[in-house]
Design a protein around this ligand. Sequence first.
Ligand code: ZN
Length: 134
Amino acid sequence: MQVIEFQIRTRQHNEMIDITAEVESIVEKSGTANGICLVFCPHTTAGLTINENADPSVRRDILTELSKIVPENDPDYSHSEGNSAAHVKASLISSSVQIIIENGRLLLGTWQGIYFCEFDGPRERKILMKIIEG
Ligand code: ZN
């Protein structure tokens, strides 16, 4: 199956956006009963993660703690574009997630959602997906 691409518009400088519904809908349209769904973020200042989708304070806490570990401004940063914090956070979070597809559905835990993590927004962003049957 070919690479599938979709866009999202982020609204904040740092933000976690639930993309579970979009990913589920693409998997459903593909007609894949069983396999692996790879979701990939082709950006150096954003990433993807899977975490709780019930209590929004979890997302807030993740972003707050990441910003404590990686401050927005640090005199030790040498990257001239001025967005080193976003690059570091993107590497800490990772650029892809993989989810098992079983009987046409994503095998996520009850409280899990797939999040696009913006660290240098707001921007238009692209998300790539590849579904591997098996
Ligand atoms: Zn940069």
